[in-house]
Every structure is written in structure tokens, then in C-alpha cells.
Design a protein around this ligand. Structure first.
Ligand SMILES: [Zn+2]
Length: 497
């Protein structure tokens, strides 16, 4: 027997992603309990979400509308008739011992999203998006025991399943981030990763088309990695799995194939940064789905659908394109402004209030977002309302304040209700651009500094320095309020003629 030669095969990663999104409704999916993260354990519970016998669930209409809104934004077919199903499993965080979900009739299916990848449009298919209820949470940081917090049990959960259309870790990340941006734009979820509002489950395999193989190509067995709760973990998982599957294939290329090995579930070890085997699919539980007898099917008529459709705002990709066309912004800046709906809204309101688009965009980028980031808030909550940002932009556009001064004025506006102009006056930051006003100051400076005037006029080495000195004197005499550009022009005219 000759030892098998090890070589790196040609391969293409094939990844589909399931995303669980907690919807930001006021109450839970099938009861009136508050849907809120961070309350003391087991304070937002009732007989329905505790799974007491004899209680009846009632569907949260708002959650259903939120879910349909996402389906519409993802270009899905919206089912006019759906029903609920019980998915049975036995976990301490699921007191009913089943989860109410949608099995064979999801509320939306067959959609897609277009993503910008390397200046190209990458289309990822959406298999389905359906509603279910979240489970509770086991609490492991108690002394000598494990607790269960059921505040999360029954929170509306939207599961979005993609087609296996992503072919690199980069595409997976663009897709995942686009989904977070989308649900935030739609106002259906805060999508706060720290609060567990979004969890990822990638399905990963490789299409191997090795030249040394004669069968044209084959897939490695699918690996599903469960319950990833950060973008970082998602990216590292996909990168790790690709590498691991290549190695497995190289070790046993005849048997490490989808048709010879069943799908397996793995978990992500965040400390060791590896995936860990959990079980093969044939060992997976039988969920014993059956129709939920306590809930009516949902029928959605044209009027209701129309109403939900009217709640879908302009979506991020369309807005990005419009910002470039309508406001002449470069792609990078337009991308930043449309990254969150709140930033894009803030920008557009400022422009509508009279700010020039470029000035407003730059001010939001260099000051608004920086300060919002420092203070852990969003740009709209800094106290500089769009109308007030417009005031400041107008002052700068009219050369009444310098670009440098706008920084101090913006910061002062956060602490004060005064107008931008009043603050600029109080802080002596108004700039004098009026030539006739500056003329007398310049004349005075020239009269008092004849040596510098001579040096400047003489040209040569000292000339540039002398001009700088004269301008400095004008700035000093005007207490920094002269517009340096205009003052410089007057000096040039008076000295050089
Ligand atoms: Zn409840």
C-alpha cells in the first residue's frame, strides 16, 4: 500500500444561516406578560408562559405583524393562511414541554435579499421565516445549584432560514449584519447581541471538486453549529469549520462525504475557539410536531396585508443608493449615514431644515457619531436636534463660524437650549468675513508693523514668514474672529497691490 498523498483540494464553502430574532413587542407571544430584558428572574411570568394546565394562549397580533413586515422586506411570499404547531421537547427552560411554532405552513417563504459583496450584488435566498416562542434561560452562576429564569419563555421569536447560498466567511458576515440592520430599520427588534436578541446557527459544508477525484465533486457532511450569540463567534466558527472539514476530508476523502455520513450538530467553545461535536442527526430528538389545538389558524386578508405593507419603510439598500444620488455623497459616507435608520433620519431632517447635505453629513460623521459613541447613545439623543444642527451648518456655510469653531459650538449645544448663533456669539466664536469690517483691523496691523510689511513685499526667504506674522496679528487683534482666508486676501491686496 502506498501512503495517501496529502494535498489541499479545490473547494467552495457552502453555508446557510438560521437566525433567531427576538421581536420587540411590549408583551409576549401568547400571553400579556411584559417582554423585557434584564428584570429580576421570574417576575414577568404568568400561568400561560409557565405552562400551567388549563390555560389558553392568545396570539399577539403585533408580533405577527412584525414578522410579516420582515417577510415583506425579504421579498417573501406571505401565506394567507397559517396555523400553529407544537414542537415537543423536554428541557428545564421549557415548562410546557413543547414550543409553539409553525411547522409546515410558515408565515413567509421563498424570498431573497441582495447584498453588496466586493462591489457586486450577491443574492441570498430566504427559504422561510416563521414565528415561534422563545424558551427560558438556565442560570448557572448560582452557588450549588442551577436556576431557571422564565422571563424569556414565550417571548416572540422570528426564525429566518436562508438557502445555502453563501460561499465565504465574508458573505456570511455581510448577510448577518444586513439582517441585523434590516430588523432594526423595520423597527421589529432592537437586535442587541448582548441581550441575546439575535442568535445564529450556520449550516456549513464544502463542495470539493478536487482534480485528483474522478467523480466531478462532492459535498462534505453538513455541520450545524448551534446557538452563536455574537458576530465574532459566527465568523470564527465558519472559518474554523472550513479548515476542520478540509482536514477531515484529507484524512479520509472516500468516507468524509455527505452521502456517506449524516449531518452533525456541533457547539462553539468560545474559550478554546473550536467547534465541539454534539450529536449526529439520527440521534436528534423526534419533535413530534402536531397542530396546536388551543390556537386558531391565522388568516391574513388583503386589507391587513396592505396595512402591514404600509409600515415597511425605505430599506437600507435603497436609502444608500438614494443618499448618493440625491445628496451627492460618496459611498463610504452614505454607507455610514444609512447604517442605522436613526442616523439616516437625523441627517435627512437636518437637510430638510436647511442644512447643506455635505456639511450635515460631515458634521454627523466627525462630531455627532464620535460624541454619541463616547457617551454610549445615538446621535439623535445628544440634545442637538436636527433643526439645531441645521442652524450650525448654515452658520458654517455662510462662513460666519470656522470649521474649527463648529466643534466647540456643537459640544456646547448639547448642554444648552440656545441657538447655534447665540452660543457662537457668547463664546466669541463668530467669524468676521465682511471685508469692510476687516479692512480697518488689517490697516492698523500694517501701520504698526512696517518691518514685516517690507519683508513681505521684498519677497524671498522672509516673505512667507512675514505674511504669516501679519495674519497672526490680525487674528489676535480680532480676538480670533477674523476669517483668516478673507483677512489674508486683504493683506495681500494692501501690501502687494
Ligand atoms: Zn406570561
Amino acid at each position: 500500500m502506498s501512503p495517501q498523498k496529502s494535498h489541499t483540494p479545490q473547494y467552495r464553502p457552502t453555508v446557510g444561516l438560521e437566525i433567531h430574532v427576538e421581536l420587540a413587542t411590549a408583551s409576549k407571544m401568547f400571553c400579556a406578560c411584559t417582554n423585557k430584558f434584564g428584570d429580576p428572574p421570574n417576575t414577568n411570568v404568568c400561568p400561560v408562559c409557565l405552562g400551567m394546565p388549563g390555560v389558553l394562549p392568545v396570539m399577539n397580533r403585533k408580533a405577527y405583524e412584525f414578522a410579516v413586515r420582515v417577510g415583506l422586506a425579504l421579498n417573501c411570499n406571505i401565506a394567507t393562511y397559517t396555523k400553529w404547531d407544537r414542537k415537543g421537547y423536554y428541557y428545564p427552560d421549557l415548562p410546557k414541554n413543547y414550543q409553539i411554532s409553525q411547522y409546515d405552513l410558515p408565515l413567509s417563504s421563498n424570498g431573497y435579499i441582495d447584498l453588496p459583496v466586493d462591489s457586486q450584488v450577491k443574492r441570498v435566498g430566504i427559504t422561510r421565516a416563521h414565528l415561534e416562542e422563545d424558551a427560558g434561560k438556565n442560570v448557572h452562576d448560582l452557588p450549588d445549584c442551577t436556576g431557571v429564569d422564565l422571563n424569556r419563555a414565550g417571548v416572540p421569536l422570528l426564525e429566518i432560514v436562508s438557502e445555502p447560498d453563501m460561499n465565504s466567511p465574508q458573505e456570511v458576515m455581510v448577510y448577518a449584519r444586513a439582517m441585523r440592520q434590516l430588523v432594526r430599520y423595520l423597527g421589529v427588534s432592537e437586535a442587541n447581541m448582548q441581550h441575546g436578541h439575535m442568535r445564529f446557527e450556520p449550516n456549513i459544508s464544502l463542495w470539493i471538486f478536487d482534480e485528483a477525484e474522478t467523480d466531478g465533486g462532492h459535498y462534505t457532511p453538513i455541520v450545524e453549529v448551534k446557538n452563536l450569540n455574537s458576530f465574532r463567534a459566527l465568523e470564527k466558527t465558519v472559518v474554523f469549520e472550513i479548515e476542520r472539514q478540509i482536514n477531515e476530508w484529507q484524512a479520509d476523502s472516500q468516507n468524509y462525504r455527505m452521502d456517506k455520513m449524516s449531518k452533525q450538530n456541533r457547539g462553539w467553545d468560545d474559550v478554546k475557539e473550536i467547534t465541539v461535536f454534539q450529536r449526529h442527526k439520527e440521534e436528534a430528538q423526534e419533535y413530534r410536531y402536531f397542530p396546536e389545538p388551543d390556537l386558531l389558524p391565522v388568516e391574513i386578508d388583503e386589507a391587513w396585508l396592505k396595512q402591514i405593507r404600509s409600515q415597511v419603510p425605505e430599506l437600507p439598500a435603497a436609502r444608500l443608493e438614494r443618499f448618493q444620488k440625491e445628496f451627492g455623497l460618496e459611498a463610504k459616507l452614505a454607507n455610514l449615514l444609512t447604517s442605522e435608520k436613526s442616523i439616516a433620519d437625523y441627517f435627512e431632517q437636518a437637510v430638510r431644515a436647511g442644512a447643506s447635505a455635505k456639511r450635515a453629513a460631515n458634521m454627523i460623521q466627525s462630531q455627532g457619531l464620535r460624541l454619541a459613541n463616547e457617551r454610549g447613545t445615538d446621535v439623535g439623543s445628544l440634545g442637538v436636534w436636527p433643526e439645531r444642527l441645521a442652524q450650525l451648518c448654515k452658520l458654517a456655510d455662510a462662513d460666519k463660524v470656522s470649521a474649527t469653531a463648529t466643534v466647540a459650538i456643537f459640544e456646547a449645544m448639547m448642554e444648552s437650549e440656545d441657538s447655534a448663533e447665540k452660543i457662537a456669539q457668547d463664546k466669541n466664536l463668530m467669524q468676521v468675513s465682511d471685508a469692510s469690517e476687516l479692512e480697518s483691523v488689517v490697516q492698523q496691523v500694517l501701520t504698526e508693523n512696517t518691518k514685516a510689511v517690507e519683508d513681505y513685499r521684498a519677497g524671498g526667504k522672509k516673505s512667507k514668514k512675514a505674511r504669516g506674522f501679519l495674519l497672526g496679528q490680525v487674528m489676535q487683534k480680532s480676538k480670533g474672529q477674523a476669517n483668516p482666508k478673507v483677512a489674508g486676501e486683504i493683506i495681500d491686496k494692501k501690501v502687494l497691490g
